[in-house]
Design a protein around this ligand. Structure first.
Ligand code: FMN
Length: 163
């Protein structure tokens, strides 16, 4: 293996120690709701209210965000590992959405079972290597029934444990 490939592998293994929540970023694509499993989501600013999502350039959800200029972040529950797998696949968007019920809120599809959701208007798209950083201005949000979050850690799913 080349030195660059070694470094990439080491980086992936190392950054995998950073536990993150797991979300489905939704948007409206050419054929209706679209979405993908996403853990590169970060709160960016409180004034104004901004958050960022890192989109792989090959993501079809990114195409929908480029055209609709809106997206939502839907936070997954501990039991939603199967949903994360489906939305991480390259199935057509219609098939992904057969697995969830959703509603339209603030112009974006919101997954009914989400632990919490945040709707955004696209503020800016920035270049980020092989990804595109989507900065969204928050337009709405909601919190679902109380529960534990799905957590991604070292390439697998876990959850938090609280007393
Ligand atoms: C736990 C997990 C986290 C992921 N995080 C991201 C992410 O932050 N950004 C991204 O572009 N893809 C991420 N992916 C990969 C996408 O979900 C995957 O490429 C998906 O097929 C894209 O779907 P689309 O082409 O329908 O948009 C993640 C996958 C998994 C399993």
């Amino acid at each position: 293996m080349s030195a660059a490939a070694d470094l990439t592998r080491a980086y992936r293994d190392t950054i995998g120690h950073l536990a993150t929540g797991v979300t489905i970023v939704t948007t409206t694509g050419p054929d209706g709701p679209a979405g993908m499993t996403t853990n590169a989501v970060t709160s960016l600013s409180l004034d104004p209210l901004l958050l960022l999502v890192c989109f792989d350039r090959g993501s079809r959800t990114l195409d929908g965000v480029r055209s609709s200029r809106r997206f939502a972040v839907n936070v997954l529950r501990a039991a939603d590992g199967d949903l994360a797998a489906i939305f991480a696949s390259k199935r057509v968007a219609r098939e992904k959405f057969e697995r969830v019920t959703h509603r339209e809120s603030h112009g974006v599809p919101v997954i009914d079972s989400a632990l919490a959701w945040i709707a955004c208007e696209l503020h800016e798209l920035l270049e980020g290597g092989d990804h595109v950083i989507g900065i969204g201005e928050v337009t709405g949000m909601g919190v679902g029934e109380c529960g534990d979050p799905l957590v991604y850690y070292r390439g697998g799913y876990t959850t938090t444990v609280r007393d």
